[in-house]
Design a protein around this ligand. Structure first.
Ligand code: PPY
Length: 282
């Protein structure tokens, strides 16, 4: 099987992907959109992308492409601890550095550390932490540092200046396995920490109590929501879609006809799948 992931080698997404798919062919992609495109075009069977971080919140690009490509569903969720380190080219010193590169989520997760210790250094977004580390290793003269993981430091030969610079000790990222196959990912050697369904919901027109009506479909069935996120539809200010997670199995009768009730109140629903949540190692 071919599995795409947000690369390059030594990205956090690769660390998650190798645990989820230890025996498959893994294909690094330059960004999250390329992961979705590879799945949509059939170039790969599945892809792994980040969905949410415990410090910085949702990866909005992932939500947007889930909405844009209804053929793509979720097969699994995987949670991994995240530790960020500040690293430089070994022939430089930290005093040489002017700009710190990384994935925007990594810069945000270490914002206070960088603001306290490296206030006057510029920061620049990169497509992934590992891509930033690779760029630092290839551009000794550019006076740049990267925020990335230990594997990236090893692979790209960088020197770690500060370890564990994330602003909160508890730092976890949730990744999803996406595909067009509508199947559930299973893996008996990983710890299962939950089961849930993912839904994308839009309301046909703005009216008082619209969202309340949607939520009541879940409330009277005692279905527990574990996430609700609104994202702009990009059709004008104030127009949103909602990403929701409902805990538990979807199969029982009450849950089953929740979708019909949502349709009867004219909500547009894309059911992304019922899937398990796995715990990964850092
Ligand atoms: O940039 C990476 O290495 C990624 O895989 C995305 C990411 C960034 C920050 C925390 C977790 C995942």
């Amino acid at each position: 099987m071919k599995i795409a992931f947000l690369g390059p080698h030594a990205s956090f997404t690769q660390l998650a992907t190798t645990q989820l798919f230890p025996n498959e062919e893994l294909l690094p992609q330059a960004n999250i959109l390329d992961c979705f495109n590879a799945v949509e075009n059939g170039d790969v069977d599945k892809a792994v992308v980040p969905l949410e971080n415990s410090i910085e919140g949702t990866v909005s690009m992932t939500l947007d492409y889930l909405y844009k490509t209804p053929a793509i569903k979720i097969e699994a969720e995987a949670v991994m601890p995240i530790a960020h380190h500040l690293m430089i080219h070994p022939e430089n010193t930290i005093e040489d550095i002017e700009i710190i590169y990384s994935h925007p989520q990594a810069l945000a997760q270490s914002f206070h550390f960088l603001d306290t210790h490296y206030k006057h250094y510029k920061r620049k977004d990169f497509s992934s932490t590992a891509a930033a580390a690779k760029y630092v290793s290839e551009n000794k003269d550019m006076k740049i540092a990267a925020v990335a993981n230990q594997f990236a430091a090893n692979l790209y030969g960088l020197q770690i200046i500060n370890r564990n610079i994330q602003d909160f000790e508890q730092n976890h990222t949730r990744f999803i396995v996406i595909s067009k196959q509508n199947t559930q990912y299973q893996n008996s050697s990983l710890q299962i920490i939950g089961e849930k369904s993912g839904l994308l919901i839009t309301l046909p027109e703005d009216h008082p109590g619209g969202l309340h009506q949607v939520l009541s479909v879940f409330a009277w069935r005692k279905m527990n929501l574990s996430k609700i996120e609104s994202r702009t539809l990009k059709t004008g200010l104030g127009n949103y879609f909602f990403f929701m997670n409902v805990n538990g199995k979807w199969e029982d009768v009450l849950h089953g006809n929740a979708l019909q009730e949502l349709e009867s109140i004219n909500a547009n629903v894309d059911f992304l799948g019922n899937y398990k949540e796995f715990l990964l190692e850092s």
